[in-house]
Design a protein around this ligand. Structure first.
Ligand code: PXP
Length: 249
């Protein structure tokens, strides 16, 4: 049983698949990483099946659905192809993200305001089969209002700009971006949207976000998979868990 102070940690395993795909073959196996992460106490696993299959593959999703004991957060673009895959698997959650072929990673949030009507129709069948629908958005009041209006269950606030500003020593920008996450997490929580935060989080940036009471989950990938090279995946996860718990207490 998780108390209201508890903040969940989801591990994104995409970049285990990135390393595997650099050579082809089966190693390192994202499923093995997911199992180790479960063992280390993560609360969920995220995998992003991109249109170009650059990291996670269809077979990875099949295997994760078969084996995982924690919820799978299936990250995907709002396309007909991806929705058919999600409807077949019925994962715990579907997180919709914008996707551009030429981007290195998910660079911005969804424009829910402009796409409200299409997204509203898009998510209805997913909600009908019991998937929680999460929308990856900027910490912006109009996007959050639109997410609520079309019936999303969750908003995941994009922390990329906050983390970039922190890493580049632009502290005024960092503080400005953090304020937006702080205010918008409280705003979304008041609207009864569950609030997650993700993108670019590290040991140095996660604590401030984890301390925000409205934030219920952090989703972290690239940094923890990279840190695993140096200290191992389990110790990296346990250190992040410690930082989050300390921030929350
Ligand atoms: N949340 C969402 C919606 C994402 O798209 C990503 C990146 O795929 C993450 C969290 C994790 O970001 P990072 O790999 O930078 O920790």
């Amino acid at each position: 049983m998780q108390d209201s102070k508890y903040i969940r940690l989801g591990l994104n395993i995409d970049h285990v698949a990135t390393v595997r795909n650099a050579r082809g073959g089966d190693s390192p196996d994202p499923l093995r990483a997911a199992e180790l992460a479960e063992d280390a106490g993560v609360d969920g696993i995220t995998a992003h099946l991109r249109e170009d299959r650059r990291h996670i593959a269809d077979a990875d999703i099949d295997r994760l659905m078969d084996v995982l004991t924690v919820p799978l957060n299936f990250e995907m673009a709002a396309t007909v192809e991806m929705r058919a895959i999600a409807l077949r698997h019925k994962p715990h959650a579907v997180c919709l993200v914008p996707e551009r072929r030429e981007e290195r990673t998910t660079e911005g949030g969804l424009d829910v305001v402009s796409e409200a009507s299409r997204l509203s129709d898009f998510i209805a069948p997913l909600r009908d089969v019991g998937c929680r629908v999460s929308l990856f958005v900027a910490a912006n009041v109009r996007q959050i209002d639109a997410a609520k209006q079309i019936g999303a269950d969750v908003v995941e606030l994009h922390s990329g700009a906050y983390c970039d500003a922190h890493n580049e020593g632009r502290f005024a920008d960092r503080d400005h971006e953090f304020e937006a996450i702080k205010e918008m997490s409280a705003y979304a929580d008041e609207l009864d949207l569950e609030v997650h935060v993700g993108h670019g989080l590290t040991f140095g940036t996660a604590a401030a976000v984890a301390a925000l009471p409205a934030v219920k989950e952090l989703n972290i990938g690239h940094f923890l998979i990279g840190e695993a090279i140096f200290r191992g995946l389990k110790p990296a996860i346990l250190e992040m868990r410690r930082i989050m718990d300390e921030a929350r207490s």
